[in-house]
Ligand binder design. Structure first.
Ligand code: AMP
Length: 127
């Protein structure tokens, strides 16, 4: 299946500098910024700068350099923010919504990094 990327999505506008954001960290291929409606004391979004609709699209079509940069940036970010379990931090949750059943709102691949308190069960209404 070919993905059709919508250039007018809100994260595309953030990447073009048309909408402000609270940047936490930026690399050649990746941007991390605070979620505008935080659902945890720490709620950061990590996005690739390339035009990928969701994690499926990113995993299938992003370059090795983009994928490497994304996950290295995620690790660095968690260390810088003091939540990485590998540095005796309290841990964090990653959420990556892809597609309708996950209620993905913004059609640009993003990972939510959430931390700052115990986050409870993974899903409110388990199957
Ligand atoms: P999702 O449901 O996984 O697509 O999540 C989209 C996320 O983007 C939500 O948590 C929103 O609060 C967040 N969001 C939407 N617009 C902005 C914005 N302009 N700046 C930062 N976060 C945003």
């Amino acid at each position: 299946m070919a993905y059709d990327y919508d250039d007018e999505n809100i994260f595309a506008k953030i990447l073009r500098g048309e909408i402000p954001n609270k940047t936490v960290h930026e690399t050649e291929h990746t941007l991390a910024f605070h979620d505008i409606r935080p659902q945890a004391p720490l709620h950061v979004l990590l996005i690739p700068k390339g035009p990928y609709v969701n994690s499926d699209h990113f995993g299938l079509e992003a370059s090795d350099a983009e994928i490497l940069d994304f996950y290295r940036t995620l690790a660095k970010l968690s260390h810088d923010l003091g939540v990485a379990p590998g540095a005796d931090g309290p841990g964090y949750r990653l959420i990556g919504n892809s597609g309708d059943h996950a209620h993905q709102e913004v059609p640009h691949f993003h990972m939510h990094l959430m931390a700052g308190r115990s986050l409870g069960a993974m899903l409110v209404n388990p199957a």
